[in-house]
Design a protein around this ligand. Structure first.
Ligand SMILES: [Zn+2]
Length: 246
C-alpha cells in the first residue's frame, strides 16, 4: 500500500483513483488554474460539494499529529481526546470560513433616488487571526459609502466584512480586500474603511503589550480626491466610535 493518507477514513472516490489527499487534489486544481492561494484568499471555487467534510477529517488527522508532536497524551487525556476534530471544524467552518465557504449572498438594488450623501456603518466586529501565528485579531471596523449606481442593505456590510475577516490576515491587506469586495458589490462613488484592532500576537506573546491597537484605513474614489468628504467620513466615524474602547 503506497497511500500517503494519514488514515484510511479520509479516502473518497477521487483518492481511490489518484491516491492523493483531498488537500492535494484541491491544491492541484488551484495551481492548474494559475490562481493564488495565500492565507487570505478565498478558495471555495475549487472545492466541490462534499469535499469540505473530507478535508475536515484530513485536517483533524494533521492536528492530532501536531498534538502528538507536542507530546500531549491524546489517548488518555480526556480534555484533548477530541481536540483535533474541534480545531479542524473551527478552522474550516468558523474562524477561517472566509477561505473555504462562498461569499454570503448579497443582493444589490439600483440607486433609483440618486442618493449621493455619504453614510457610515459601524462599528462592525473584526474577528480575524494573524497569518504569522494564527492567533486572534479582534477589533472593530467602520465603512463609509458615497453611493453610486447600486446600493446594498446595511446588514450586508457586516456579513461581507465577517466573511473577509474570517481568514488568516495581516491587517493592512484585510482592509484592502474588504474594500475590493465592497467595490465589486455596490460600485460606490466613494468608499472609506477604518479598522481598529488588537493583535493577540502582541498581547498574548511576543512583546506582551496588552493595550496596543493598530488603526489603518483605506479611502477610494471621491473620498480620496475630495478632502472635505474624507474629513466628513472620519468625523462621522469618530461620533460612532465615541463610546467604544477598543
Ligand atoms: Zn502574529
Amino acid at each position: 500500500m503506497t497511500s500517503t493518507l494519514p488514515n484510511d477514513n479520509i479516502r473518497n472516490f477521487d483518492d481511490q483513483i489518484t491516491n492523493k489527499l483531498i488537500s492535494e487534489i484541491i491544491r492541484d486544481r488551484i495551481k492548474n488554474s494559475g490562481t493564488r492561494f495565500s492565507a487570505n484568499d478565498n478558495i471555495s471555487d475549487f472545492i466541490n460539494p462534499g469535499e469540505l467534510d473530507i478535508l475536515e477529517r484530513e485536517v483533524a488527522s494533521r492536528v492530532k499529529d501536531l498534538l502528538k508532536s507536542l507530546i500531549i497524551d491524546v489517548e488518555n487525556d480526556h480534555n484533548t481526546q477530541e481536540t483535533a476534530e474541534r480545531v479542524s471544524k473551527m478552522y474550516l467552518n468558523e474562524v477561517f470560513k472566509g477561505r473555504y465557504h462562498e461569499q454570503p449572498k448579497v443582493t444589490s438594488f439600483p440607486n433609483d433616488k440618486n442618493l449621493d450623501e455619504i453614510y457610515t456603518v459601524g462599528p462592525i466586529s473584526v474577528r480575524s487571526a494573524c497569518s504569522h501565528h494564527l492567533v486572534p485579531i479582534l477589533g472593530e471596523c467602520w465603512i463609509g459609502i458615497k453611493p453610486g449606481k447600486k446600493v446594498i442593505g446595511l446588514s450586508k456590510f457586516a456579513r461581507v466584512a465577517d466573511w473577509v475577516f474570517s481568514r488568516p490576515h495581516i491587517q493592512e491587506e484585510a482592509v484592502m480586500i474588504l474594500a475590493d469586495e465592497i467595490e465589486k458589490l455596490c460600485e460606490p462613488k466613494g468608499l472609506g474603511i477604518i479598522v481598529k484592532a488588537q493583535h493577540y500576537c502582541m498581547k498574548w506573546r511576543g512583546v506582551k503589550e496588552p493595550n496596543t491597537s493598530m488603526i489603518n484605513s483605506v479611502v477610494r474614489g471621491d473620498f480620496r480626491h475630495d478632502l472635505s468628504l474624507k474629513q466628513e467620513f472620519f468625523e462621522l466615524v469618530k461620533q460612532q466610535s465615541a463610546t467604544n474602547n477598543y
